[in-house]
Design a binder for this molecule. Sequence first.
Ligand SMILES: Cc1cc2nc3c(=O)[nH]c(=O)nc-3n(C[C@H](O)[C@H](O)[C@H](O)COP(=O)(O)OP(=O)(O)OC[C@H]3O[C@@H](n4cnc5c(N)ncnc54)[C@H](O)[C@@H]3O)c2cc1C
Length: 394
Amino acid sequence: MQDAPFLIAGAGIGGLTTALALGRAGYPCLVIEQRTQIEDVGAGLQLSPNASRILIDLGLEPILTRFAATPERLQIQEGASGETLSSMTLGATMMQRFGAPYWSIHRADLQTTLLDAVRGLGNVRLIFGRKVSTIVKNDDAGVVVTCSSATQSEDVACRALIGADGLWSNVADLIGTKTSPEFLGYQAWRGLVPIKHWPAHLPTTESRLWLGPKAHIVHYPIRRGGAINIVAVTSDTDNRPGWAHPGEREKILTRFREWAPDVKAALAAVPEWSVWSLFDRRERTQWGDKSVTLLGDAAHPVLPFLAQGAALAIEDAATLAQEIAKSPDHPAEAFRRYEMQRRPRATKIQDAARANGQAYHMRWPLSVARNLVLRRSDLSKRYDWIYSFKNNEN
Ligand SMILES: Cc1cc2nc3c(=O)[nH]c(=O)nc-3n(C[C@H](O)[C@H](O)[C@H](O)COP(=O)(O)OP(=O)(O)OC[C@H]3O[C@@H](n4cnc5c(N)ncnc54)[C@H](O)[C@@H]3O)c2cc1C
C-alpha cells in the first residue's frame, strides 16, 4: 500500500496539524471527520511557545498573527481578596527565552487557519460527515478501515491509520486500548466578551488567573484584543458528557457572589455561557498496534489546568511527521518510535495538569500554603520544561 494515503481520523487541532505536516512533507493523506463542519464553539486557547514554534515552522505565522493576541503577562490573583499572588511576563520575554511567542487565540480561528492550509495542499483530501467506524484489517503492510455516514459506508485502504479522534476515541477502542473516561467533578464554563462590552477597568492585554475554594477563573484576550475569552472552572457533581451545553447566567453569578468585585464584573459581562463537563483518562496501556497509532486527546487527554492539551497534540503531530520521514515505507516502525518519544512527556504533562487542578481549587487552610509558594515562585522557571520543547531535542 505504498501509494495509499495516511488516513487521519478527526479534523481537530491534532488531526489537521498532522495532515499539514505530512502533506507538506509530500505524503498523501485522507482526513475523515465525523462532523459536517468546524463549529464556531465560543472558546479560546492559550498556545505556549512549544506549540506556536511548530505552527510557525509550518508557515502559519503570517495568518495566525492576524487572529492571535500576545498577552503581556499572566497574573495570578486570590479570588476573594483580589490580592496578586504571582505573575509571569509573557510577550517579548517568551520570545527572548524560548524563541517563539505565547499566543492566545479563538479555537475556531486556529482550526480554520489549519483547514485552509490543508486545503491548499494537493495531496490531502478531507471528507466531512463520515466517521471511522471499524478496522477491517491491520498489519504491518497497511490498514483497511470502514468509513461510514448515516446513509452509506465504504472500506478504505490506507498506508496507516492515525487516530486523532479526541477524548472519546473510537480508534483507541478499536485497537483494544480501553480505559474508562473519569469524571473528576469539574465543570468548565466558557464565554466570550466583545471588547466594547468588557469593563473598562479590567485588563485587556493580560491573562489573569483567579484562584479560590473549589473554583478558578482565567481570562485572556483573543482576536488581536477584539474579544476576551473567559473560562470559569467549578468543582461540581453535575456531569454532562459530550460537547458544550448552554449555561445558566444566574447560576454562575451566584456561584461567584463572594469573589472580588473585578471577578464579578468580568463574569457579568459575558453575554452567553457554554458549559463542559471535564473528563480525564488514566494512561492508556498502548497508543498503537501495527499500522495504527493515536495522537492528541485520543492518546492522552489533558485537563485544562495547564493549557497544554492542544499544544501536546501539535507537538505529537510534529514528532509523528519527523518519525515517518525516517522510515516512510515502514509506518508501523515510525509509530512505535513516535509513541516511545511522546509517552513520557504526555504522561508528565497530564500529571502536572491534574496537580494544578487540585492546587487551584484548594480550600483554607491548604490555600494559605499554596499562596505562600506562589508568592515565592518564579513561574516561568517552573514551566521551562514545557515551553522549551523542540522536536528532535526531547
Ligand atoms: C475548558 C477547556 C480549555 C482548554 N484550554 C486549552 C488551552 O488553553 N490550551 C491548550 O493547548 N489546550 C486547551 N484545552 C485542551 C484542548 O482543547 C484539547 O486538548 C484539544 O482540542 C485536543 O485536540 P484533538 O485534535 O486531539 O481532539 P479534538 O479537538 O477532540 O478533535 C477530535 C476530532 O475527531 C472527530 N472524531 C471523533 N470521532 C471520530 C471518528 N470515529 N471518525 C472521524 N472523526 C471523529 C471529532 O468530531 C473532532 O473533530 C482546553 C480544553 C478545555 C475543555
